[in-house]
Design a protein around this ligand. Structure first.
Ligand code: SER
Length: 317
C-alpha cells in the first residue's frame, strides 16, 4: 500500500496534486505538508495535513518515520522571480530542502518525485524543439537549483538506488491556487483579469514564447511517471513535458474569443523578461512519450475554455 507525503501542499501544484492522489490512493494515505500558507478546507479536512519546513531535516525524518511514508512528492520550492530576489533563500529551500528529502528517502527507502522546470535550461540551450539531453547552463538561481536538483536525484538513484524521478514542467496554468513569484504567472493572472472584466497589464513582451501546460495534465503527468515501469525508463531526472507553446498575444487572442471586450496592455518587468528570454520556446518531449506514454489532453482552446468556465463560476458566487 502506498503511503505518500506531499511537501509544498498549499502551493499551485500541491493543492491540486493532493486531491488527485487522495482520490487514487485513499485520503488517509496521503499526508499533505505545508509551510507558511494556511490550507483551504479541501486540503485540511480531506485528509491529514501537517506543518513542515523542508529545511528542517529532523522534522522531515520524523514525519516520514511516523507516517510510514514510502513515496514523497517534493513540491516545496521558491519560483524563479522570488528566487532572484533572494538567491540564498532559494538555495536553502530548493537545495537543502531536496537534500533532506533525498537523505530521508535513502534512510527509509522512499521513492521521490522532483519537479524540475523549463528553468533548468539557459540561453545557450537550443530554444526550439529543446532536446531531452542538451546543454544546460541556466543563468538564474532558480534554474541552477533545478539543474542541481536533477543531478542530485540522479546521483541518489545511481549511488543509493533511490527511485527518484522528475519532470521539467513548463509554465503551469490553473484556476485553483495562484502561482506566486514565477515568470510564467502572467498566463494565470490574465484569466483572473479577463473574467473579472478588468484590463490586464502583461509583464512579458509580445512574442515571448514559452512552453505551457494546464494543471490537470501536470498532475496526471506526475502520477503517471511515478507509476511507470522502471524497466522502461532510460531517463529519470528530469523528463521534458509540454502541452503548448504560447506567447502572451496568443493567449490574449484565445481569451477574446470568449470575452470580446477584454483588453491587454504591456508593461515589461525587465527582470522577469530577462528570465523568460533565457528559457526555451518549445521543448521536445518525445522521450517522455516513448518511455512512459506521456500525452497531454489539453491544448490552448480546451484549456482556455475550462479556465474561463471555472473562474466565472467562482466569481459569480
Ligand atoms: N513556472 C515557473 C516559474 O515561472 C517555471 O518553472 O518560475
Amino acid at each position: 500500500m502506498k503511503r505518500i507525503l506531499v511537501t509544498g501542499a498549499t502551493g499551485q501544484i500541491g493543492s491540486e496534486l493532493i486531491p488527485a492522489l487522495r482520490k487514487r490512493y485513499g485520503s488517509e494515505n496521503v499526508i499533505a505538508a505545508g509551510h507558511k500558507t494556511q490550507p483551504d478546507k479541501e486540503l485540511s479536512e480531506g485528509g491529514p495535513f501537517l506543518s513542515l519546513d523542508v529545511r528542517n531535516f529532523a522534522a522531515v525524518e520524523k514525519i516520514v518515520k511516523e507516517h510510514r511514508i514510502d513515496t514523497i512528492y517534493h513540491m516545496a520550492a521558491l519560483l524563479s522571480a522570488f528566487a532572484e530576489k533572494d538567491p540564498l533563500l532559494a538555495w536553502d529551500v530548493n537545495i537543502n530542502g531536496l537534500r533532506n528529502i533525498l537523505e530521508t528517502g535513502r534512510k527509509f527507502q522512499c521513492s521521490v518525485f522532483f519537479p524540475s522546470s523549463i528553468g533548468a535550461f539557459g540561453p545557450s540551450t537550443p530554444a526550439d524543439d529543446t532536446p531531452q539531453d542538451t546543454i544546460q547552463r541556466p543563468t538564474t538561481i532558480y534554474g541552477i537549483t533545478k539543474l542541481t536538483g536533477e543531478l542530485l536525484c540522479d546521483y541518489y538513484f545511481h549511488r543509493f538506488g533511490i527511485d527518484a524521478r522528475g519532470l521539467r514542467f513548463p509554465g503551469l496554468i490553473s484556476y485553483k491556487t495562484m502561482p506566486s513569484g514565477g515568470t510564467t504567472d502572467y498566463a494565470v493572472e490574465i484569466f483572473y483579469a479577463a473574467v473579472r472584466g478588468k484590463r490586464y497589464e502583461c509583464f512579458l513582451k509580445q512574442g515571448t514564447r514559452l512552453d505551457m501546460m494546464y494543471m490537470p495534465d501536470a498532475v496526471r503527468a506526475a502520477i503517471q511517471l511515478m507509476e511507470a515501469d522502471p524497466a522502461k525508463l532510460i531517463h529519470r531526472n528530469a523528463f521534458n513535458v509540454t502541452a503548448m507553446s504560447l506567447a502572451p498575444e496568443d493567449l490574449y487572442r484565445e481569451i477574446k474569443k470568449h470575452i470580446p471586450e477584454f483588453t491587454m496592455t504591456y508593461k515589461i518587468d525587465p527582470m522577469r523578461q530577462a528570465i523568460a528570454d533565457s528559457w526555451p520556446h518549445s521543448m521536445d518531449d518525445s522521450a517522455a512519450r516513448k518511455e512512459w506514454g506521456w500525452k497531454p489532453e489539453y491544448d490552448l482552446a480546451a484549456m482556455t475554455q475550462e479556465m474561463i468556465e471555472r473562474l466565472s463560476e467562482r466569481f459569480e458566487q
